[in-house]
Design a protein around this ligand. Structure first.
Ligand code: APR
Ligand code: PHB
Length: 389
């Protein structure tokens, strides 16, 4: 087989890139390790920046997001029972869109089915060859047979545990990592959200987040130990702990119900440089990871896809390789700003095991400055709604 771009990974990054390339008549094939249903079964964050919304519109897959998504013009921050609001629209003129990543992925797969995009599911043993030369190719196994696809470029959209990043020589890669000493225990419940906007809460008992997917589906998180297990938490234990971490005015209103999904995610900041080596380009979680506090995972994958789509389009249509040449530099410039915001927001909202009394005072002061300073709230709003591409 031959195509113009082989995309390793059928998550949001790979699917969005393939969809955008299709709109410009550029051929691609997506190689996905799992089944479509498995990919759609992943529960992930659900806040989209305007840049991601624009990309979905450009890809022609934004209809359901615009009809079912919930625009949020601000968010609530709490420090124990002190609650205040960050007004995104006042400070930036831009809301965010609450729309589950699972729904984004579903919309992309549904669009693929309409135009006949080729996705190889349940592939195994993907290897990327000769990407430091002009004729790369990818080999893999599927349905018991060995396959080879010759191509012009390879997009590594295969997430943190994929093969793409590891294909770049270790002597070339520079990796930066911070592991957080806690995780997020997340619960999905078919209950109405406790508030109309998200609540990020820093309490003496630890962090909590009240989010949602729609008016009948809520998503809650509490900071937990990295050694914690979902099965160690009954629904009642979770709800009572959540109530102790959010302002009492909301705790009293919280509608509880059975969890329909519960999972624990570790928190990590990670970046690999460069994001390009020869004709291999890394996108999304393959290149970087953020703690979910700032909802930057999918949104930073989106800006990678934007820069790579721009570069590939200029290559094929304008016969100009400047976009591809600058891909890594441009993508990383925005990645590091998202890493900074996610790290900063995590540092002021969570309780750290080794925090001194002074550290706690600094956290309180940070939150007091945020509560009282227009300039501080504007800075948070600009980063939360998404810095420009
Ligand atoms: N071969 C083929 N596919 C692979 C391989 C492999 N060797 N390794 C991983 N994959 C697939 C995974 O099964 C997954 O479906 O690549 C896909 C990567 O998707 P994500 O991990 O979702 O990463 P990405 O598409 O960059 O999306 C980033 O998703 O994980 C969240 O928090 C993350 O919001 C962020 C967004
Ligand atoms: C979610 O709805 O899952 C969510 C929202 C905001 C975040 C993280 C997760 O910062």
């Amino acid at each position: 087989m031959r195509t113009q771009v082989v995309i390793v990974g059928g998550g949001p990054s790979g699917l969005l890139l393939s969809q955008l390339l299709y709109t410009r008549g550029i051929d691609s094939i997506v190689l996905e390790r799992k089944t479509r249903d498995y990919v759609l079964g992943r529960i992930r964050a659900g806040v989209l920046e305007q840049g991601m919304m624009n990309l979905m519109a450009e890809a022609g897959v934004d209809a359901r997001m615009r009809s079912e998504g919930i625009p949020h013009h601000g968010t609530l921050l709490a420090h124990n029972d002190t609650l205040f609001r960050i007004d995104f629209t006042k400070h930036t003129g831009t809301p965010v869109m609450v729309y589950g990543q699972t729904e984004v992925t579903r919309d992309l797969y549904d669009a693929r089915a309409v135009w006949g995009g080729l996705t190889e599911f349940e592939v195994d043993g993907v290897e990327i060859h000769d990407f430091d030369r002009d004729a790369p190719f990818v080999t893999y196994h599927v349905r018991g047979g060995a396959r080879r696809i010759d191509c012009d470029f390879v997009a590594g959209c295969d997430g943190f545990h994929g093969v793409s990043r590891a294909s770049i020589p270790k002597t070339v890669r520079r990796e930066y990592e911070k592991i957080y000493p806690f995780g997020w225990f997340g619960v999905l419940s078919e209950t109405p959200p406790v508030a109309e906007e998200l609540i990020y809460a820093n309490s003496d008992r630890g962090f909590a987040l009240c989010s949602m997917r729609n008016p009948q589906l809520s998503r809650y998180y509490i900071q937990c130990s990295i050694s914690d297990k979902p099965e160690a938490w009954s629904d009642d234990t979770f709800w009572s702990e959540l109530k102790r971490r959010i302002p009492c005015q909301h705790a009293d209103q919280l509608v509880t119900g059975p969890s329909i999904e519960k999972s624990i995610a570790p928190l990590r900041s990670f970046v690999t440089e460069p994001m390009r080596w020869g004709r291999l380009f890394l996108c999304g979680d393959a290149a970087h990871i953020v703690p979910p506090t700032g909802a930057k995972g999918l949104n930073t994958a989106a800006s990678d896809v934007h820069y790579l789509f721009e570069g590939l389009t200029r290559h094929y249509i304008d016969k100009d390789d400047k976009g591809l040449a600058r891909y890594s530099e441009k993508a990383l410039a925005r990645v590091w700003k998202a890493e900074r915001f996610s790290w900063w927001f995590s540092s002021i909202m969570h309780r750290f095991p080794d925090q001194s009394d002074f550290d706690l005072k600094m956290q309180r002061a940070e939150l007091d400055v945020l509560r009282t300073s227009d300039a501080a709230q504007k800075a948070l709003a600009e980063n939360y709604v998404g810095l420009p591409y």
